[in-house]
Design a protein around this ligand. Structure first.
Ligand code: PEP
Length: 251
């Protein structure tokens, strides 16, 4: 059975103190409330160790938002998968469209990052998704297929089974515009079919595919009601406990 997941992506928001307050606030609510999905928060690197020490990581998984494409060495300013793991984090968001667009992350680099993440015991939350022009041209299916194939399809079935996918149409990220539940289901089902063709039905059925892009308490329920939408990767609405909990409670 695949997991239902709501994962936050704080991006470059919150000072350490603000981030700790947010994580502790969420932890307090989740200590009292039983929820029907796994909860993950993705924080800036510098928050990871403090956040992991301050919350119950059995209840809230912690993710980095990136890791280096090298194991160690002279790469000033980079943070390795091993370093992320040493903080207590268990997940790493990889291939986010902002990193692909602003930091030149290529499918080849992402393939290396996925390998390093897995080798260090981290679960990648791997992001895919088309830009608006690609959607308008009807190329969105080809785009996501290529993104999955290029960075993930060298993995063994066993390793692929450790990946969480996040479909995030770039035109919906931070724009307030959300994919309709029909659009989300259509492409999630397509992605699952691509996985099934490569790794077989069981691996595809077990893969959690999250939706990301202006997901909020008011639209989460209708998105999550689709059979192939296994949760959400949440940007803006993960920055306030009440908003994030509103999405978690949609399950
Ligand atoms: C994201 O960046 O992963 C995201 C989904 O952002 P938002 O929810 O703000 O659109």
């Amino acid at each position: 059975m695949r997991k239902k997941i709501v994962a936050g992506n704080w991006k470059m928001n919150k000072t350490l103190q603000e981030g700790l307050a947010l994580a502790k606030g969420l932890d307090e609510v989740l200590a009292k409330e039983k929820v029907n999905c796994e909860v993950i928060i993705g924080t800036p690197f510098i928050h990871l160790a403090s956040v992991c020490a301050a919350i119950d990581t059995q209840k809230i998984g912690v993710a980095a938002e990136n890791c280096a494409d090298h194991a160690s060495g002279a790469y000033t300013g980079e943070v390795s998968a091993a370093m992320v793991k040493s903080t207590g984090a268990e997940y790493v968001i990889l291939g986010h469209s902002e990193r692909r667009a602003y930091y030149g992350e290529t499918p080849e680099m992402l393939k290396t990052k996925v390998r390093l993440a897995l080798d260090n015991g981290l679960t990648p939350i791997f992001c895919i998704g088309e830009v608006l022009d690609e959607r308008k041209a009807g190329k969105h299916f080809d785009v996501v297929k290529a993104q999955v194939e290029q960075s993930l399809f060298d993995l063994s079935a066993e390793d692929f089974s450790k990946i969480i996918l996040a479909y995030e149409p770039v035109w919906a990220i931070g724009t307030g515009e959300t994919a309709t539940p029909e659009q989300a289901e259509e492409i999630h089902a397509y992605i699952r079919g691509v996985i099934a063709a490569k790794y077989g039905k069981q691996v595809a059925d077990d893969c959690s595919i999250l939706y990301g892009g202006s997901c909020k308490p008011s639209n989460a329920k209708e998105l999550f009601a689709n059979p192939d939408v296994d949760g959400g990767l949440i940007g803006g609405a993960s920055l306030k406990v009440e908003d994030f909990m509103g999405i978690i409670r949609a399950w």
